[in-house]
Design a protein around this ligand. Structure first.
Ligand code: OAD
Length: 243
């Protein structure tokens, strides 16, 4: 794979790099992206319709089961070469921040350490009433498990549409975008705010912006380099070309 020489020489010198990832990065691990056509059991639901507080209030069991299925799939999935390449980048770049919209935990499993999970993590649950995070929960019964402290229903500790992102993570992500030399947008459609605005914040302060995606997105025409294709192929090749 050939990369533009200006890109390689810039990245070799970069001191601060931030990368934003989306569901496309985990596609090669066998996990569905959000805006792919859904198949099978959940074909009749749009993920966006299940990822809201209103959906949970209406039918908690439906939402719980959908997340339980995703949790199982994420557990069974393995990080792919794209995840490993990002973990390698963190070792090579003096200041590297990985910002992910993914809730599957695959970046950490691939060895990334400095990861900001903007949309939470599927493997955690919290009480929908008191907000207490749960260390464990009983999934043996037919009902949605409930909080031993207040009796409220447990829900996945992920960010739903209409909810705020975790403040500390969002602030750190904005700070990384505002101070980086280079910003990567990888495997994300760039349609969901506020994550989508990070690339623009980086561009505004003069960072080099690089996009890796299977197809063009609304961001594409503004970036310095668009590398079309699969992140599981491009990222390892880029790391190899760089170091
Ligand atoms: P999307 O499903 O919107 O976008 C996935 C992107 O990855 C698309 O632009 C695909 O072209 C691209 N893609 C697919 N396979 C790829 C591959 N192997 N390599 C590179 N690119 C690939 O997913 P996100 O952008 O992550 O939010 O979605 C953002 C948010 O919307 C999610 O975090 C979730 C969702 O609703 C919440 O649940 C709050």
């Amino acid at each position: 794979m050939n990369f533009p020489l200006e890109l390689l020489s810039f990245l070799r010198k970069a001191q601060r790099v931030a990368a934003l990832t989306g569901a496309g990065v985990s596609q090669e691990s066998g996990l569905s992206t959000f805006r792919d056509a859904q198949v099978g059991l959940w074909a009749q639901y749009r993920p966006e319709d299940l990822a809201t507080p209103e959906a949970f209030a209406r039918d908690p069991k439906l939402v719980w089961d959908w997340y339980a299925l995703r949790r199982e799939k994420a557990r069974a999935a393995q990080p792919n070469p794209g995840h490993f390449a990002l973990a390698e980048m963190e070792k090579r770049v003096p200041d590297f921040t990985l910002i992910s919209q993914n809730v599957d935990g695959l970046h950490r499993r691939a060895g990334s350490v400095n990861v900001l999970e903007l949309h939470g993590n599927l493997q955690r649950v919290k009480c929908s009433a008191c907000g207490e995070q749960a260390a464990g929960w009983d999934e043996s019964g037919p009902d949605v498990p409930s909080c031993p402290r207040c009796g409220g229903l447990f829900r996945p500790d992920v960010v739903w549409f209409g909810e705020s992102l975790p403040r500390k993570e969002l602030e750190a992500a904005i700070q990384a975008a505002r101070t980086c030399d280079a910003f990567f947008s990888i495997g994300t459609s760039g349609l969901v705010q506020p994550a989508a605005s990070l690339a623009y914040a980086a561009r505004e302060q003069g960072a080099l912006v690089v996009e890796i995606n299977a197809e063009p997105t609304p961001l594409t025409e503004t970036v310095d380099f668009f590398l079309p294709g699969k992140s599981g192929e491009i990222l390892p090749a880029l790391v190899k070309a760089l170091w």
